[in-house]
Design a protein around this ligand. Structure first.
Ligand code: BDR
Ligand code: CA
Length: 381
């Protein structure tokens, strides 16, 4: 996926990978810029007072949390692997009650991510029952950088796309998130963030009281033992909107991070695509085609027939956290570094004395992951 971004030419429709241009002129613009965005949405009184979580060291292998079904919203930028993640979640309907897709500018511009989300729900026959909301078209303080060089101009290279059969919701994704969290019972909603975190950060800043409704935010983003995929230091989702990532990690809600460290341990290979392609439903071959396009891309780039498995790992974590290992640590985002913008700085050894603010996943049982993916995709139309 964004393996290419570090060496590829600037993506179509993007501002290119000019790090200097991606810097804010002043850090204090963040609050001003965010307030302006919120005012546009008719949201006032934004604050940012979030409690820090207490530091504890977690077990290396995660335990099942025992709950039968999670209420989930996926905030996404489809995006090839986002599409697989959405289908994966829909195939796990016994465990995941997917309420909505909220979309953000990321892999491709917002007009395409919201369109692609509506196409993906059609594939799963969810046109009428899974609402799609469009959110922020660009990061909080920066111009949008896309990964269209990886995902294709449409954002969904590898598959034939139809005209979406259902409309986009009229409400802005951020106001949907705010309204939903305000109305939800404490600890009842899981947000899955698999694109730049602009929508989620904006919602949490505008309505910090909504944070109490969150059971967990699970994000795909960052890298520590593995390095970046858009710059040597940064992973794409965090790099595109580092201020948003910093806000989410500082929001005082339980955050689980699925970084590149995990994604590269569950690589997509031609062998792992075969059983998905053999499924007799519609969605199996679609997922296989997307995965094949991801592998082909990496083959063209570095001559290797495998690709990291990114966004779907977040859904696997919801379905069965016991297939992952990780530890609670402090994670901070570099928002000013000239060469390290968007780096996720993981305090693995407790040097900073900053309290833990996230569960950082490091390991995955890849065979269990692919067995789980196959089983859930096989349930779809
Ligand atoms: C992340 O970047 C995007 O291109 C993918 O969809 C994934 O969310 C991987 O770095
Ligand atoms: Ca994504």
């Amino acid at each position: 996926m964004n393996e290419l971004n570090d060496t590829g030419s600037p993506a179509e429709g993007s501002q290119g990978h000019d790090i200097a241009r991606h810097q804010p002129s002043r850090r204090s613009f963040l609050r001003t810029s965010l307030a302006a965005s919120l005012a546009t949405l008719g949201v006032t009184g934004a604050g940012s007072a979030f409690a820090e979580l207490t530091s504890t060291d977690g077990a290396t292998r995660l335990a099942a949390d025992g709950s039968p079904r999670r209420t989930v919203i996926i905030d996404c930028d489809p995006g090839q692997d986002d599409a697989i993640a959405i289908l994966f979640a829909l195939g796990a309907h016994d465990q995941i009650d997917l309420k909505a897709l909220t979309t953000v500018g990321g892999n491709v511009p917002l007009n395409l991510t919201e369109r692609n989300a509506r196409i993906v729900r059609d594939w799963a026959d969810k046109t009428q029952t899974l609402p799609v909301y469009a959110g922020c078209p660009k990061p909080l303080m920066r111009e949008l950088i896309t990964a269209a060089n990886v995902h294709g101009r449409s954002g969904l290279d590898g598959v034939t796309l139809h005209e979406p059969r259902g409309p986009l919701e009229k409400q802005h994704a951020v106001t949907y998130l705010i309204d939903t969290l305000r109305a939800a019972a404490p600890g009842s909603v899981t947000l899955v963030g698999i694109g730049p975190l602009t929508n989620i950060a904006t919602a949490l800043t505008a309505a910090p009281e909504g944070a109490k409704a969150l059971r967990e935010i699970v994000i795909m983003g960052g890298a520590w033992y593995q390095r970046g995929n858009i710059t040597p230091a940064a992973e794409f989702n965090i790099y595109v909107d580092p201020e948003a990532a910093s806000i989410v990690l500082g929001a005082g809600v339980p955050v689980t991070v699925v970084p590149r460290d995990v994604s590269v341990k569950a690589p997509i290979t031609p062998e792992r695509i075969v059983p998905l392609r053999a499924l007799k439903n519609r969605c199996g071959p679609i997922v296989a085609d997307i995965m094949a396009a991801e592998v082909a891309y990496q083959k063209g780039r570095i001559g290797v027939e495998s690709a990291p498995m990114y966004d779907p790992c977040t859904v696997a974590y919801l379905i069965d956290p016991t297939m992952f290992g990780g530890r609670r640590v402090n994670v901070a985002v570099e928002t000013t570094g000239l060469l390290t913008l968007g780096e996720t700085v993981v305090d693995w050894n407790g040097r900073s004395k900053r309290p833990a603010n996230a569960m950082w996943l490091t390991d995955v049982d890849a065979d269990r992951f692919y067995d789980t993916l196959l089983a859930r995709i096989s349930r779809l139309p």
